[in-house]
Design a protein. Structure first.
Length: 198
């Protein structure tokens, strides 16, 4: 038996469609700005400047921008951007001469993110539908690639990292926050979609 990647993506999309539509419902993971501030160390003043439509559906596992903010004018790719907490923080850092490409596979998150672009007026943000394993971004386009709690959901992590390095400029940076398992998962567990989405 092998993992059905199509079915896995569909199940992940169902979960994050729910998060986009009802972020405060209660999930097996944390959501929202208070979690981001209190447990992950995001600066409270930065998050309080963002609308609830961005922060409420945040479901990351760390703070990839704590490793370094992008420079003004930089190009950033946010892999699995969701509603855009890291996206919009990066957009403020790069300013109007920069560009942030927010990639997500879930239509409800893309809709929410695009609404947030209109709401904030941060036109340097562009949402694109795509997968972490096949980023809809040109070779060598990005100064910085960030991802927050997404790579663990991909069964092909080699492809994710290959794509990240493909889209980075020479000397560009990769900053991720994610879940790490410190022991081998048995094959039956790796093929169980319920474990991936639990």
């Amino acid at each position: 038996m092998t993992l059905d990647t199509r079915l896995l993506r569909e199940e992940i999309q169902k979960v994050y469609t729910d998060v986009a539509r009802d972020p405060k419902k209660g999930y097996h993971f944390h959501t929202g700005s208070e979690y981001a501030i209190g447990m992950l160390g995001y600066p409270a003043e930065s998050l309080r400047e963002l609308p609830d439509s961005i922060t409420a559906a945040f479901a990351g596992v760390g703070n990839p921008l704590s490793m370094g903010r992008p420079e003004p004018g930089a190009v950033v790719v946010d892999v699995g951007a969701g509603s855009g907490l890291d996206t919009f923080l990066a957009a403020r850092a790069v300013g109007p001469t920069g560009h942030v490409i927010a990639v997500d596979m879930t239509e409800a998150m893309l809709e929410r993110g695009r609404d947030n672009v209109a709401l904030t007026g941060l036109r340097q943000v562009e949402y694109r539908q795509g997968f972490a394993e096949a980023l809809p971004v040109a070779d060598g386009a990005a100064d910085l690639v960030v991802s927050n709690g997404v790579i663990n959901l991909s069964p092909d992590k080699d492809a994710v990292f290959s794509e990240a390095f493909r889209v980075l400029k020479p000397g560009g940076r990769l900053q991720i926050a994610d879940i790490v398992v410190h022991k081998d998962i048995p094959p039956a567990g790796r093929e169980d979609i319920a474990i991936w989405t639990a």
